[in-house]
Design a binder for this molecule. Structure first.
Ligand code: HEC
Length: 184
């Protein structure tokens, strides 16, 4: 019994020494980084997630669409929640609303989105609410055109694309305080 105990304790000691040595040899992770787990992601795998559009339009994809094209898509994929003309339903209105110069009547597309480009980004990543990420770039351009035209921010026949969308000036753009101006 005594011998057995000693052997077991010796084995335990050896084990802990071995583990200690292995730990001591592991590379020390840089502060704040993961401890060497996983593998680096390839640019190809990252691409579907790397979809941010900057206010100035950086990142906007190829494609384009008109309000009329957007209206058809809206009826099919958005009206269910936002109303058949975007006037609001179980989800908020996307067209029209209280006066633009003040927020007293509530936040709307026209008074509370500083950049049309960011509206594109939001729609592409978050809508339709029940199937986010399912819209093609062309559909998002057309839907952006539909929403902007409905709010009289662009003409009925204007095409929204990577060149025209950043040029749309949202009515309250200059009334926002930019927290990190150097990042825009
Ligand atoms: C199943 C219901 C549903 C459908 C379908 C849907 N939405 Fe939405 N939408 C919402 C909800 C809920 C919100 C509010 C989300 C939030 O605040 O996070 C919202 C918010 C938005 C906003 C921001 C509104 C604002 O005032 O800031 C936009 C733009 C928008 N949706 C566009 C669309 C478009 C375009 C489609 C069609 C492709 C669509 N939505 C389909 C439920 C829906």
């Amino acid at each position: 019994m005594f011998t057995h105990d000693r052997a077991a304790r010796a084995a335990m000691l050896l084990l802990s020494l071995t583990c200690g040595a292995a730990l001591a040899q592991a590379p020390t992770p840089a502060p704040g980084l993961s401890p060497g787990l996983g593998k680096p992601i390839s640019l190809e795998d990252l691409a579907p997630w790397d979809i941010s559009i900057m206010p100035d339009g950086t990142g906007l994809p190829p494609g384009g669409g008109t309000p009329a094209q957007g209206a058809a898509i809206f009826t099919e994929k958005c009206a269910l929640c936002h109303g058949d003309k975007g006037q609001g339903g179980i989800a908020g209105a996307l067209v029209g609303g209280p006066p633009r110069a003040s927020l007293d009547g509530g936040k709307t597309i026209a008074n509370f989105w500083p950049y049309a480009t960011v509206l594109f980004d939001f729609t592409r990543r978050a809508m339709p609410f029940n199937a986010p990420g399912s819209l093609s770039n062309t559909e998002v351009y057309a839907l952006s055109a539909f929403i902007l035209a409905g709010n009289k921010l662009i003409g009925e026949n204007e095409t929204m694309d990577a060149a025209s969308l950043p040029k749309v000036k949202m009515p309250n753009r200059d009334n926002f305080i930019v927290r990190f101006p150097e990042r825009i």
